[in-house]
Design a protein around this ligand. Structure first.
Ligand SMILES: [Zn+2]
Length: 400
């Protein structure tokens, strides 16, 4: 599965309520908090937490600090994004006994040393409270009812350890050492296969996250669909930050759904990670118009050994829509993958083994432009296949 999360919210007009003093004060608090993370200064970090916050939140913050302190961070910034979402404090149920309450958008921008060559980007929905002259972080779940969740990482659950290979780094909790080592070996083999099947440049190292429980995975992925249908995930999101064309990808992550993955044969696990690593490399060439059937068909066709098109039991002969990869039950989800793989295999059979990647990058290049995915895929198929989407679909149905 490739998860492509959009950055939240459209930009709202700032300054409508006139000059205030809370924004610079909250920005300063965030700067101190980020500096405390980089300096591994536990006392300074916890000084940013409201002393009157409920005990469970204080404990979460202690655990988060201990987790972050176990990570080698090349960069860690907390950026007030009041121009995106200025203040949702009306969603906060009570005033926390504070003099002032604010809930603006905050961006967590960071890089793991020797792993990331792009920024990772998380959202934090901190409730800030003022007590006298001092501002503090009081909570980070008050916007959940609005569908705005603070992103979680494995380090939210405490210290993490890194098991490092040549091309892959496995991040896990300390008790998972044996599985982390086994998974790293599988991942390195998958990476070697990746290099033999796809000539797009991979990132220097791929981060593979090994959660201890499905609950942790759910907290990190924040998906609306049932994770028990899957074995692994690759994610990246768009970064509208500094890039001149307003379109870049954040540092990719691969997550193992251990409850399922570890029960499969070694060769299936290698295939699975090969598939996810194709997503990781492909993110750089993806755009908002690449449909899931192209993401998944391309990745599966490469990971399964670039086979020939196959007939798919129960198919309706149509290329699956995006939602059919995540909802509708396991048989339907599996069928969507098989249909996509078969369609990509058909393209390769007709136009050569380079055609699927060419189609992917042609559709992916259409980024900040008008037009539906159908329009862009239709045009790209015209270039790569020699006919549009309807004809391609009809030929695929006749040709497998
Ligand atoms: Zn996938």
């Amino acid at each position: 599965v490739a998860g492509l999360a959009a950055a939240p919210g459209a930009r709202a007009q700032g300054g409508a309520e006139g000059e205030t003093t809370w924004e610079p004060a909250v920005a300063r608090l965030l700067t101190e908090r980020a500096a405390a993370v980089l300096a591994r200064d536990r006392e300074a970090f916890l000084a940013t937490v409201d002393p009157e916050a409920p005990e469970p939140f204080v404990e979460n913050q202690q655990r988060l600090f201990d987790g972050l302190a176990s990570v080698d961070l090349e960069r860690y910034d907390l950026v007030l994004r009041a121009e995106d979402v200025r203040d949702l404090s009306s969603a906060v149920e009570d005033d926390r006994g504070a003099d002032e309450v604010r809930l603006p958008a905050v961006e967590v921008r960071y890089r793991l040393t020797d792993v990331d060559d792009a920024d990772a980007l998380d959202s934090a929905w901190y409730t800030f409270v003022r007590r006298g002259e001092e501002w503090y972080v009081n909570a980070d779940t008050d916007a959940v009812d609005l569908g705005l969740e603070t992103n979680r990482n494995l380090w939210d659950f405490g210290p993490v350890v890194f098991t490092e290979g040549t091309h892959v780094v496995v991040m896990s909790q300390p008790g998972e050492g044996a599985r982390a080592a086994a998974l790293l070996e599988i991942a390195e083999e998958a990476f070697d296969r990746l290099g033999r099947t796809l000539d797009w440049p991979p990132p220097p190292r791929i981060l593979l996250v090994l959660p201890t429980s499905t609950g942790q995975l759910e907290a990190m992925l924040q998906t609306y669909f049932d994770l028990t249908n899957f074995v692994a995930f690759a994610t990246s999101s768009t970064d509208r930050g500094d890039e001149a064309d307003g379109f870049a990808w954040t540092a990719p992550r691969v997550y193992a759904q251990e409850a399922n993955l570890s029960g499969h044969s070694r060769s299936f696990q290698v295939e699975t990670l090969h598939h996810e690593f194709v997503h990781v490399v492909a993110f750089d060439r993806a755009g908002p118009n690449v449909p899931n059937w192209l993401h998944e068909g391309h990745a599966d066709w490469l990971a399964l050994g670039r086979g020939r098109p196959t007939s798919v039991a129960g198919t309706d002969g149509l290329l699956p829509l995006d939602h059919e990869f995540v909802t509708g039950g396991q048989p339907g989800i599996l069928r969507s993958y098989r249909e996509s793989t078969s369609a990509i295999a058909f393209l390769a059979q007709e136009k050569g083994t380079a055609a699927p990647s060419r189609l992917f990058e042609t559709v992916g290049a259409a980024r900040v432009v008008p037009g539906t995915w159908r329009y862009h895929v239709d045009r790209a198929l015209g270039e790569v296949y020699g006919a549009g989407l309807d004809q391609f679909e009809a030929d695929w149905n006749g040709g497998r």
